[in-house]
Design a protein around this ligand. Structure first.
Ligand code: PLP
Length: 819
């Protein structure tokens, strides 16, 4: 049963002012106007933040929403809508969720820590679902907004809640505690560094501990809380340690047995054991936390061991890949519940590259809802999210197929039946979302639909890209637009997948280098205005046909474009004027502006959309005087042009590094390039919230023992200092791993450890000196990621991150992740 409150109840609970003009039963809390399903039951919270939620009230109203929580009176006319007015909309959301939480007397585990929260939550869910009906945060919805939305899902069928809480500054945990009200606390890994929002690691820890203030039980790492003994005294505590035998669970032996991790511990003066199917440090610690939690909650050591051995990897990520027959495949084959279905459907909607959208869905387990209510809700969601073709797999979906009403529908009893029929479905040129419960083995479907990749892939994390975008959104002044630079395949990171993400998240403009790149965007669902930096006159017809906007940087280009417009009867076509303020690449120079103005004054064929210039060294202090000079040349030029035109234009000069270093030069728009992809030379890495977006990885094709006397590779350039071994990996200069990285200059991470190249890089492969690490055929090898950053690779061979990124050849498959 979904919970439901009358609008009058809600008004009382959140102490709101305002009139209730029509009755409503609220069951869905909405914070994003793009994610509306079942609008009649929605209550929209106009939250503040980077974009003021009040701006989207009209959108939500148009979509049918009639109930709003706002912090100021609305002056638009929506006579049949209820506006509840509160001082602070976020507090109102939390208050409502806290009230909801209090209606239920279930056991609730509250999890916090610096790392591992989501994994521990998902693992506890796996470990305890055999006998519990569990409600938990979808994915890692652990923020001030995510937590109340998660807690809102509690209903009377649940007998255990597992909620994680994440905070970024002081004061936040008290608010989350009031919403979650955990009865059992679990503290995961605590990093020693303190984050931006805290003055010290101590302060961060004390803040986190506030989640547990009303818990009757706390599970924690003994070593971490040694100094906090006094704070913990009042509670029933269960500690674990790998160092101290005073802990309730003392892990004294850890070894690897045939690929698995084997731990022995002392618990209640007995020796107990646990076998874990993972061996990396993070998984081991997260598993110990789960082990301790199970024991603390009364599970027997034998049960705990048995279940932990079968823990499945947690994949919170949606993967977007190129599929067969020109399809795009969004792969989420490992978890299926109604919340994550909604998240995946939103992602499906955001990727507009194909008009047709297909959902392959299995039966959903453990939703806490009655089957009929569940599938009615699924059917409703699927139709509001504009799925064109629905493929249902499982006996329940078959049973409730009459609830679904879509242009194309197919139902199968099981995965094997669908696989047999797959060819007959003629999946072609569509975006396919694959979403299944683990037991359905949907990975077989994704294997059949995804293009085979050779084993070197560039993974693009779209969430990180979004975080980077938001980082800069917070740095630009109110009203300043953002043009995202997606030239050169989005700096090597893909084209329309990245652009679709940016479009969905409301950047204002996109820019590409050539007309063809713009055409590709238009053919894949991009409707944003697109500026073309180098519009070749031969492509003007395409440019206009696809509504792309040329940058005009010379008299000849202007002349040719105006002639073209004249011939084609095009009027008022949007163009951008490029001023050369010191780069001396392309653009009108200061002395040419007057002549330019004369040409513009009487010209009905074009309309100047923007005037821009480009900074040559916005990140470099030693050139600051020059930058100021550029800015003043630009300013003079655009004033002259605006005077001549008689209207104002969008003015922009700042690239990534200019945004933070030259805030007064943001004008009306900034052009955000490499910062989106996580690199900004102007910002010290420790301080910035920027994260690298791309991970380049490959695999080991062979491992060889090599004596010191032998040579390795072409021209006999490589050798080992002592007898040792090498690993050959599937990446070479044709993939973009340049020859300059050869002979020990470059390093890759093999099972987490950096190892040097040995010998020359060849076209498709190269060799690594792995004498010092454990490695076998098929192991994954990292070329760059967030540990070994592109900036470091650039330093190794004396180039810049831009070149490293854009060099990765198109033969390397791109895979996109979204959480
Ligand atoms: C590539 C480019 C940018 C973006 O520069 P970043 O340093 O990557 O932010 C901005 N403006 C123009 C004209 C460009 O060509």
């Amino acid at each position: 049963m979904q919970s439901s409150y009358t609008i009058n109840d809600v008004k009382q609970i959140i102490h709101a002012a305002g009139d209730v003009v029509s009755h409503a039963a609220i069951s869905i809390l909405l914070t994003d106007s793009r994610r509306i399903s079942n609008p009649a039951c929605c209550l929209f919270f106009a939250l503040g933040g980077r974009r003021d939620g009040h701006e989207f009230i009209a959108d939500a109203y148009t979509a049918g929403v009639r109930n709003f929580v706002v912090s100021r009176q609305q002056d638009t006319i929506m006579p049949d809508a209820n506006f509840l007015i509160v001082a602070d909309v976020l507090s109102a959301l939390q208050l409502l969720a806290a009230h909801h939480r209090k209606q239920y007397h279930l056991e609730v585990i509250g999890i916090t820590g610096s790392n591992g929260k989501t994994i521990v939550k998902e693992w506890l869910y796996q470990l305890m679902s055999p006998e519990k009906n569990i409600v938990r945060n979808p994915k890692s919805y652990n923020s001030q907004i995510g937590v109340p939305l998660s807690v809102w899902q509690i209903n009377q069928t649940h007998n255990l809640g597992i909620f994680e809480a994440g905070i970024s500054t002081t004061g936040e945990m008290d608010r989350l505690e009031a919403v979650i009200r955990p009865t059992i606390g679990v503290l995961t890994h605590i990093g020693t560094a303190h984050d931006e929002g805290f003055s010290s690691a101590e302060e961060k820890l004390s803040e986190k501990l506030k989640l547990f203030k009303n818990c009757s039980q706390l599970i924690y790492n003994y070593d971490v809380l040694l100094d906090h003994k006094d704070e913990l005294k009042t509670r029933h505590c269960f500690s674990w340690s790998r160092k101290f035998n005073q802990a309730d669970l003392y892990v004294f032996s850890e070894t690897t047995i045939s690929g698995k991790y084997y731990m022995r511990a002392i618990y209640q003066e007995q020796e107990v054991e646990c076998l874990l199917p993972y061996r990396d440090e993070a998984s081991v610690e997260n598993a110990i936390v789960c082990w301790a939690t199970m024991l603390a909650m009364g599970y027997s050591p034998a049960d705990a061991d048995d279940r932990i051995e079968r823990l499945a990897a947690v994949s919170m990520r949606l993967e977007l890949k190129h599929g067969i027959n020109d399809c795009s495949v969004i792969d989420d084959s490992y978890n299926s519940d109604i919340q994550s279905l909604e998240i995946a459907l939103n992602f499906l909607n955001q990727q507009n590259q194909h008009q047709k959208k297909t959902l392959i869905l299995s039966d959903i387990y453990q939703s806490g809802l009655q089957q009929d209510a569940l599938y009615r809700q699924v059917a409703q969601m699927v139709s509001t999210k504009q799925v064109d073709r629905f493929i249902g797999v499982g006996t329940f979906l078959q049973q409730f197929k009459n609830d679904f009403n879509l242009p194309q529908m197919h139902f199968y009893a099981d995965t094997a039946a669908l696989l047999k029929d797959l060819n007959k479905l003629h999946l072609q040129g569509e975006t396919i979302l694959i979403k299944g419960s683990r037991s359905f083995g949907f990975e077989k479907i994704s294997r059949a639909l995804v293009q085979k990749a050779h084993e070197t892939v560039l993974e693009i994390n779209l969430n990180t890209l979004l975080n980077n975008l938001n980082f800069y959104k917070a740095k630009v002044k109110p009203g300043v637009k953002i043009m995202a630079m997606v030239k050169a395949f989005s700096y090597g990171s893909g084209t329309f997948e990245v652009a679709n993400m940016l479009q969905y998240n409301r950047v204002d403009y996109l820019a590409v280098a050539y007309t063809d790149e713009g055409v590709e965007l238009r053919e894949n669902g991009i409707t944003l205005p697109v500026m073309v930096l180098n519009p070749e006159p031969e492509s003007y017809d395409k440019l206009v046909a696809y509504k792309l906007e040329p940058a005009i940087y010379s008299f000849s280009l202007l002349d040719e474009f105006v002639k073209f417009a004249q011939d084609e009867d095009v009027m008022n076509y949007p163009v951008h004027l490029k001023i050369d303020s010191g780069m001396h690449r392309v653009g009108f120079e200061a002395f040419e502006v007057e002549t330019l103005c004369d040409l513009l004054e009487v010209n009905p064929y074009i309309r100047v959309q923007s005037v821009y210039s480009h900074l040559v060294a916005s990140d470099a202090e030693q050139h600051d005087l020059f930058t100021m000079q550029q800015i003043s040349i630009f300013e003079k030029a655009f004033k002259q042009i605006e005077d001549a035109l008689g209207y104002t234009v969008i003015k922009h000069i700042s690239n990534t590094s200019g945004i933070t270093r030259w805030p007064n030069a943001q004008y009306d728009m900034v052009r955000l390039g490499i910062g989106l992809y996580g690199v900004d030379a102007a910002i010290p890495r420790e301080e910035s919230g920027l994260q690298p977006v791309a991970t380049l990885k490959t695999t080991v094709s062979q491992v060889k023992k090599i004596p010191a006397a032998e040579t390795i590779g072409y021209n006999r350039n490589g050798s080992l200092k002592a007898d040792g071994k090498i690993a050959t990996v599937r990446i070479g200069y044709a993939d973009g791993y340049l020859r300059a990285f050869g002979n020990g200059v470059g390093r890759m991470l093999v099972n987490g450890k950096p190892v040097p190249t040995v010998g020359n890089i060849t076209m498709d492969m190269c060799m690594l000196d792995v004498s010092s690490v454990e490695v076998k055929e098929g192991d994954e090898v990292i070329v760059f990621n967030d540990q070994q950053r592109i900036e470091e690779l650039a330093l190794q061979i004396g180039t810049i991150p831009y070149e490293i990124l854009t060099n990765i050849s198109q033969r390397v498959k791109r895979v996109y992740f979204y959480e």
